[in-house]
Design a protein around this ligand. Sequence first.
Ligand code: NAP
Length: 224
Amino acid sequence: MPSNLRIGILGSGLMGSKLGTIWARAGHQVVFSYARSARKLQRLAKAAGKNATAGTPAEAVRDADVVLLAVHWSRVDDVLGQAGELEGKVIVTCSLPMNDDDTALVLGHTTSGAEELARRVPQALVVAAFGTVPSEVLFDVFKRKRRAKRASLVYCGDDARSKKVVARLIADTGFDPVDAGPLSTARYTEPFTLLVARLAYEGDTGPELAYRFEHFGGRRGRRS
Ligand SMILES: NC(=O)c1ccc[n+]([C@@H]2O[C@H](COP(=O)([O-])OP(=O)(O)OC[C@H]3O[C@@H](n4cnc5c(N)ncnc54)[C@H](OP(=O)(O)O)[C@@H]3O)[C@@H](O)[C@H]2O)c1
């Protein structure tokens, strides 16, 4: 993989617009796509600077090393249909399998949104990441990326090479990447996101919230 990635953004709303802007500022080449207004995509690309452009989903995906899927669960089939060929592409998904009014997960226990996505696009390499934090915290994390103690961000997937690429994007965003194992771990990360959302949106400290795992104790297997 080249050091500067070509990233196609499928869904340029709260998550896609911020992550795409951060990645363009971090030096990657970003194409914003999939919004209801082409002018919005152009405005976003202009504000994100020289490394960003606007396009259709097919244009965003065509030359991409990595594709971010950041749409409501109800829009996944539509955007994938517009995106075209995804053979060999790394898809990083932050999309949660929520019902239409965003009150509950529609999948869980024995599968997850990330696994269902992987089943829908078996020719692509799916990694789940970024869905466990609110969009409101992303610019703050990026601004403070030089801090010694970074916020954690869990990611999971079944392909080691694509996980490495996504771990780099997570670090470029300002988080400490935490490898949570195979894609099936999304069965735990997706409901965990609802906990984070409850704290972010129903707590009294605001939605600029991230989390950090700390390890106590030294070697693996030690028991107290
Ligand atoms: N927001 C968060 O903090 C957060 C955190 C963790 C995970 N997630 C998950 O991440 C995913 C994206 O969330 P989000 O909050 O970024 O969603 P969002 O703000 O609603 O963005 C979705 C994007 O899809 C576009 N879109 C929707 N319907 C469309 C249509 N018919 N034609 C073309 N474009 C259409 C929207 O266009 P417009 O720009 O025109 O609206 C928008 O750009 C979701 O699955 C969500 O559960 C979100």
